[in-house]
Design a protein around this ligand. Sequence first.
Ligand SMILES: Cc1ncc(COP(=O)(O)O)c(C=O)c1O
Length: 457
Amino acid sequence: MNRKEFLKMTAGLAGGVAGLPLMRKLAGAATAEPGLPGTVGAISAAAAARTTSAPLETLLAQAAAAGDDDHFWKLVRGQFLLDPGWIYLNFGGLGSCPLPVLNRLIECTQAEERAPSAGHDEKPWQDVKEKLARALGQTCRKEDLGFIGGATEGVSVIVNGLALKEGDEVITTTHEHVAVHSALLNRMQRNGIAIRLFEPDIVSGLGNVDRIAKLITPRTRLIFISHVTCTTGQLFPVKEIAALARSKNVWFALDGAQAPICVPFDIAETGVDFYTCSTHKWMMGPKRTGFIYVRPGMLDTLRPQTVGGGSSERYDAAKGEFVFHPTAQRYESGTQNDALFYALGAACDFVETIGADRIWRHNRSLAERFYQELGQIPGVERLSPEEEAYRTAMIGFRMKSHAHTQIGEHMAKDKIRVRPVTEGGLNSIRVSFHINNHNGDVTAILDSLQKLAGVKP
Ligand SMILES: Cc1ncc(COP(=O)(O)O)c(C=O)c1O
């Protein structure tokens, strides 16, 4: 029996029977909202859907058709194991997998442990890539995507895979994640590249294109910035930056750890050459999943540094022959944890069931209410872009009266989880709003801040 047949045989068993004891154990801390249809005791709607006639998709479709937004989002929130004693506002830091994703992960892990087999079947692997490509836009092709462990890995694949040499210049921002700055500094020490920094313009989105243009010299080879910054949730005008890069014959790479599902976009339309993302944040896939995207025609420009089984089409040490795989699979090598990526497929399904556009509107409305009301709290400095078009579901701020560590501690006492930001010397706080959140969470964090600012008892 091959892996595929075995998976088929055990799928029902793992999810419907063998999966349940583990689900019950996991669901000990579940946010099962009492009285919710689709939530049976401590078992999720997803698990329950296997034993009742109403799968999650049907329940959501019914709520949507009835125009019952509250019920729709309650059903969605019922899919998370998040501790109900805390308000989690940090999907930008690390996501929580909804139950359909966990269930798939458990099923596939169990199948693997019952019949370990090296390598993976092409069909389900490609199916997940197809789903991911769909989530990334109409023209994204699965051949342009390689599965990796996350954005840190992807950033290193890009920075180390390009033919950069001594004196070559790379433009980036002061607000990048440690992943980008470390990878560039590493190449600076190893190969003598130069890093040119600019501070993001939060007053004018297009001002960022000007800031980059001013830094371009004949030695500039690469612009590598975030699609959405991890500091303040700032969205950059990536199409305009891509056009600038193209006109100057400069490569353009994006760290998209904070972008897919956080903001709607079509990856091919951005014009970016190289893109990477951790899918364990906004996309709600399992931890240690991510992807790299390479624009068609650019594969041979980005040479993989880690190679092995899977990265070549053919090789022959005796003949000195080595031919890379013709797709972005060349960035995948060696044994994979297949279950993680099959579960990522379930995360893509989950997003599709809810609707990426609906998620965006939901998250933005919470973030926007927070941004607006934050502006009325004395002593608060908002750090997210002033133009609404460049704001996302993440908002950054700091307070004159309190250090970011004090704000974080105060919020933790109120059982609110946010992310301290030290990048770019900001010493601020970042708040991420996702589908686990609702208006009550916005009220709670605003109350907490008003108390800290001394405008509320
Ligand atoms: C913008 C950005 N880049 C890269 C990373 C690194 O992601 P990971 O640790 O999943 O590799 C993060 C994580 O927070 C991030 O926000």
